[in-house]
Design a protein around this ligand. Structure first.
Ligand code: MOS
Length: 726
């Protein structure tokens, strides 16, 4: 492989926690990169440490004489524990300790129902933690956990989501703070009087995050002078953010807790909030003062223990004129939540702003079931919502007999239809046009089931995508002069595999007008200034804003030649102009599929996404994010499905053999492009979020292509082969 200058420059100097000293200097640049590194495809600064096995993840931190934790989980779905016999477990080895609801430290009620584990005998879902077994080795802990005998009283349970479930209710604000319902005009009358109408229901199964690194944490509880202190080496999406939520749940002040998370092996939403396993490890560490406790959840534990996307039923009704102009837009969502606490995904919220249309209505309803709490997962809201709504738009185009791109262009709003605010930028139509050009859309024959080649039906499809700027508060960052023109820049950001280590160094280098080599970036610890987590596709924009603002403040205070040690920590003010705009990323998804005429097997031959994601900081990591999202969309379209066994109330597909996530062999040709106009309303850098938009609309584009190939409209994900057989 040909080495290019920027490759040399990158490997240079990041000092990564968990790696002894600096990365090797073998690739030191002959010609250092001048300021202006934002926009350049630097390779990941943490890449060499990762491939050499030097990057230490939460479980691998070298700690003194650790104990290993294995959880005991409930096989009852609803009921209570009547007895726990730990004698056989404790007989396995002298190091075995078992912590149960009878022996665990008490937690404050502030923890909330999801985190109040080992506090009472109640069982609210299958897989709930009932005890923690710790021992000198993971093998002893697991063997001992198998020998803990739990006796339960069992009550009837209900884990089955049905769209007409009598217990469904209108929840409070949805994830992101959105109201559950919206209404404008008279949608029912508009539907009755429309020239063309569509009324269809789409369904999607539950989904689990399945990051490569399952949930892991190492907890160290110490007490000095009567004051408790907890250190967690933990895998999460934001160390300071996690601490701010976890400390009160344990009855501790934030400064009694340190969270250290330099490397995270994927997250996808599973690692945003504190989870029961954080509490379990902390309680076990408290019961074994001075002994670090290591916990790595087994894959199967994560199917009840770290959140998931709730299955969804979505009814979409559209009314339109013969020319395709929408007159009625209605989107009703039913999803499940746990009986003990609610989480409402914002599934139909994008429908409120994506297209113009005088009469509009959206609703979200939840059904409380005996299941664990759903949570944020891979483009919460936009992910499943876009499958239903962008499938419906394709069906409407078919009914009217116009091109699906043209249908979207005809309903392009001038301002945000819901808020009436102008868009800070909106390149949806240019993305559709550019995508059409690159994809070869012009030569497409709109007729379905018209292209049979070598026993395979071929078809193409399109869908639109949008993803909002998350409504987060501003993040903070610090800048410190290290002397000789070098600077330390700190922000409690997380690199969950996205490239944050790399791109934030680029942002800091440009802000400071120094080389990337002269920036010592510090992220991944609660010791750094508070920042919002890597969630809602907001990481880069909020962390960059904090860094750029902190550098401005630093220069104001200390000038261009600051004394060594000069330090500034700042939370840059929010741009007050922001409230005047509707702020989103946009995109156009294209897919080509082929479906075997005899077996129904579906293959995605080609995916193209063209995205309006603002300024690109690093084309290499940006592309990786976008094609990663598109791959998740493909995975959602074809493979992923959390299957609930309602007899026993547990997810049956609790390993990566039965819960298949798209692998290399499932992705044939995938291409992401961007229009890349900076949007400086969204932040100082002009970047828009690109972590999740790659997923949005991708499943709809594939389902629409599958219809074009076969004439069969599949409205229930995933698109398994049985759905294409007569
Ligand atoms: Mo992401 S699902 O917004 O953590």
């Amino acid at each position: 492989m040909k080495r290019r200058t920027f490759i040399k420059a990158a490997a240079v100097t990041a000092v990564l926690p968990g790696v002894e000293g600096r990365l090797p200097a073998t690739a030191a640049p002959a010609n250092p990169i001048p300021p202006g590194v934002v926009g350049q495809p630097l390779p990941r600064v943490d890449g060499p440490a990762k491939v050499r096995g030097l990057a230490r993840y939460a479980y691998e931190q070298p700690v003194h004489e650790p104990l290993y934790l294995y959880p005991v989980t409930s096989t009852t779905t609803r009921g209570k524990v009547t007895a726990i016999d730990t004698s056989r477990a404790r007989a396995v080895h002298r190091s075995v300790q078992v912590i149960t609801h009878e022996t665990a430290a008490r937690l404050p009620q502030a923890a909330g129902p999801d985190l109040l584990i080992l506090q009472d005998p109640a069982i609210a879902y299958h897989g709930q933690f009932l005890a923690a077994v710790v021992a000198d080795t993971p093998e002893i802990a697991k063997q001992a956990a198998d020998l803990v005998t739990v006796t339960c009283e069992t009550a009837d349970h209900d884990t089955e989501l049905r769209p007409d479930h009598p217990a469904r209710y209108k929840p409070g604000p949805l994830n992101g703070g959105y109201p559950p319902d919206s209404a404008e005009g008279d949608v029912e009358t508009a539907l009755r009087t429309a020239a063309v109408t569509l009324d269809q229901t789409y369904s999607a199964p539950g989904y689990h995050h399945v990051p490569m690194e399952a949930a892991t944490t190492t907890a160290i509880w110490t007490t000095a002078g009567g004051v408790d202190h907890l250190t967690l080496y933990d895998s999460n999406q934001g160390a300071a953010f996690l601490r701010s939520m976890l400390a009160p749940a344990l009855g501790l002040a934030p400064d009694q807790v340190d969270v250290i998370s330099p490397f995270v092996g994927g997250a996808f939403g599973a690692k945003t909030l504190p989870r029961p396993h954080h509490i379990l490890a902390s309680l076990a560490a408290k019961a074994a003062p001075g002994r670090p406790v290591k916990l790595a959840l087994a894959r199967r534990h994560t199917f009840a223990g770290t959140g998931y996307r709730a299955p969804a039923f979505q009814r979409v009704r559209l009314g339109a004129r013969h020319d395709g102009v929408l007159t009625a837009i209605s989107h009703d969502v039913v999803q499940q939540t746990s009986r003990y606490s609610d989480f409402g995904e914002q599934t139909a919220v994008q429908t409120r702003m994506l297209y113009a249309g005088a009469n509009r209505s959206t609703t979200h309803r939840l059904v409380p079931l005996d299941v664990s709490m759903p949570s944020v997962m891979r483009a919460p809201g936009e992910g499943p919502g876009s499958f239903a709504f962008e499938s419906a738009m394709d069906e409407l185009a078919e009914k009217i007999g116009i091109d699906p791109i043209e249908l979207r262009v005809r309903n392009e709003p001038k301002v945000d239809p819901e808020s009436g605010r102008p868009f800070s930028s909106r390149l949806l139509v240019p993305a559709l046009r550019e995508g059409a050009r690159r994809f070869g859309w012009a030569s497409r024959n709109p007729e379905p089931r018209a292209r049979l080649k070598d026993g395979w039906w071929h078809g193409t499809g399109v869908a639109a995508a949008s993803y909002p700027r998350p409504p987060f508060p501003q993040s903070s960052a610090s800048v410190r002069a290290l002397g000789e023109g070098r600077y330390e820049v700190g922000v409690s950001a997380a690199d969950i595999g996205t490239g944050a280590w790399t791109i934030l160094a680029q942002v800091a280098a440009d802000a400071l007008q120094v080389r990337v080599a002269d920036v010592n970036l510090q992220i991944g610890s609660s010791a750094q200034p508070f920042a919002m987590p890597a969630a809602g596709s907001g990481g880069t924009m909020f962390w960059s804003d904090a860094i750029i603002g902190a550098v401005e403040e630093f220069r104001k205070q200390h000038g261009r030649t600051p004394p060594t040690g000069a330090t500034t920590t700042a939370t840059p003010a929010k741009d007050p102009e922001q409230d005047r705009y509707s702020m989103h990323a946009f995109g156009a998804q294209f897919a080509e599929v082929r479906i075997n005429a005899d077996t129904g097997e579906i293959r995605v031959s080609r995916m193209l996404g063209v995205f309006d994601v603002g300024r690109i900081i690093n084309p290499r990591t940006a592309r990786s994010q976008l094609i990663g999202g598109m791959t998740m969309g493909l995975s959602m379209a074809l493979h992923e499905e959390s299957v609930m066994d309602n007899r026993y109330g547990h997810v049956m597909t609790q390993d990566l053999a039965s819960y298949h996530f798209a692998a290399n062999a499932d992705v044939e040709h995938i291409e992401a492009a961007w229009l890349g106009e900076p949007d400086t309303h969204q932040n100082r850098l002009g970047a828009k979020g690109l972590g999740e938009i790659g997923l949005v609309g991708a499943a709809a584009a594939i389902a629409n292509a599958a219809w074009h190939a076969t004439g069969i409209r599949v409205r229930a994900l995933p698109l398994t082969l049985d759905k294409f057989l007569p």
